[in-house]
Design a protein. Structure first.
Ligand code: GDP
Length: 297
C-alpha cells in the first residue's frame, strides 16, 4: 500500500538512532535530515515538511530528551506525535442532522478521482448505521456515470434518484429532496459532475446546487495517486465553494501517499475517510493516530 517506501526509510533512520544510546545534537540533526528527505520523496508538501522537521527538532533537542535514558526512543515518539498532529489529531465525522431530519451531502471532485464509487461506498456505510440513503445522479454529462451510480446503488441496496441528462443538476437536486421527503430517506447524497481540470463551469454548477437546496456538508473526493495535485485541488475547491472534509481515494495503490499527509496542514480541511480499494466495502474511516502508526511501521 501507500507509504511502504516512506515506512522503510523512516525505519532505517530510527534503527540507527536506537543503536546510539546517547545522542548529540548533531545526531538528531542528521537523523532529521534523513526524515526530511524521506518525507519529500513521499511527495509531502515542501512547506509542510519544513515546518514538521522544525517542530520535531525543537522538541527533540530539548534537555529532557537529550538527557533522558533512551533519547532515540524519545525522538521516535516525537515524530509519531507530530505526524498525528499533522493529519489533524482527531477523527472527524461527517456531521448529520439530528433526529429524523434529512442530511444533504454534496460530493465533489475531478473526473476519475473516485467520486461515484465513493458515493456508493458511503451510502453503504450509512445504511449499516441505520440511515435510509438516497443517491442522486447529478452528473448529467456522462450517461455512463448515471449508469455506474445505478449499478453501485443496486449492489448496496440503496435507492438511486435520476432524471437522465436533460435537466440541470440544481433542479435534479431539488426534485430529489422532494422525493426524499415523500419516501422517508434521511440521507441524500448528491453525486455531482467532475471535470478533467478545475474550471469555472464546474464551480458555478456546484454553487447553483448549493443555492437550490440546503447542503449540510460538501465532501471533496481526491485521488492520492495525483500527489500534490490533490492538495492543490483541495485548496481550490475550498476557496471556491467551501468544503467540509476530504476523502482520499486509492491509498491502496502504489502511491507515495504525500497527499494524505499534506491536505489538512495545507488546506485546513480534515480527511474523513480513505479509499482502500475498488470494492464497495473498501472505505475506511480516517484515524490520524492509526495512520501515523501505519506509516511508522
Ligand atoms: P469519478 O469519475 O470521480 O466518479 O470516479 P469513479 O468512481 O468512476 O472511479 C474511477 C476509478 O477509480 C474506477 O475504476 C474505480 O474503481 C477506481 N477507484 C475508486 N476508488 C478507489 C480506491 O480507493 N482504490 C482503488 N484502487 N481504485 C479506486
Amino acid at each position: 500500500m501507500a507509504f511502504d517506501s516512506l515506512t522503510e526509510k523512516l525505519q532505517n533512520v530510527f534503527k540507527s538512532l536506537r543503536s546510539k544510546g546517547r545522542l548529540t545534537e548533531e545526531d538528531v540533526k542528521a537523523a532529521l535530515k534523513e526524515v526530511r528527505m524521506a518525507l519529500l520523496e513521499a511527495d509531502v508538501n515542501f512547506k509542510v515538511v519544513k515546518n514538521f522537521v522544525k517542530e520535531v527538532q525543537e522538541r527533540a533537542v530539548g534537555q529532557d530528551v537529550m538527557n533522558g535514558l533512551n533519547p532515540g526512543q524519545m525522538v521516535i515518539k516525537i515524530v509519531n506525535e507530530e505526524l498525528v498532529k499533522l493529519m489533524g489529531s482527531e477523527t472527524t465525522e461527517i456531521r448529520l442532522q439530528p433526529g429524523s431530519a434529512i442530511t444533504v451531502l454534496m460530493m465533489a471532485g475531478l473526473q476519475g478521482a473516485g467520486k461515484t464509487t465513493t458515493t456508493a461506498k458511503l451510502a453503504g456505510k450509512y445504511k449499516l448505521k441505520g440511515k435510509n440513503p438516497l443517491l442522486v445522479a447529478c452528473d448529467v454529462y456522462r450517461p455512463a456515470a448515471i449508469k455506474q451510480l445505478q449499478i453501485n446503488g443496486e449492489k448496496q441496496g440503496v435507492e438511486v434518484f435520476s432524471m437522465g441528462e436533460k435537466n440541470r443538476p440544481a433542479d435534479i437536486a431539488k426534485a430529489a429532496l422532494e422525493h426524499a421527503k415523500k419516501n422517508h430517506n434521511n440521507l441524500v447524497i448528491l453525486d455531482t459532475a467532475g471535470r478533467l481540470h478545475i474550471d469555472e463551469e464546474m464551480m458555478s454548477e456546484l454553487q447553483e446546487i448549493k443555492e437550490a437546496v440546503e447542503v449540510h456538508q460538501t465532501i471533496l473526493v481526491v485521488d492520492a495517486m495525483t500527489g500534490q495535485d490533490a492538495v492543490n485541488v483541495a485548496g481550490s475547491f475550498n476557496e471556491k465553494i467551501g468544503i467540509d472534509g476530504v476523502i482520499v481515494t486509492k491509498l491502496d495503490g502504489d502511491t507515495r501517499g504525500g497527499a494524505a499527509l499534506s491536505i489538512k496542514a495545507v488546506t485546513g480541511c480534515p480527511i474523513l475517510y480513505v479509499g482502500m480499494g475498488e470494492k464497495l466495502s473498501d472505505l475506511e474511516q480516517f484515524y490520524p493516530d492509526r495512520m501515523a502508526s501505519r506509516i511508522l511501521g
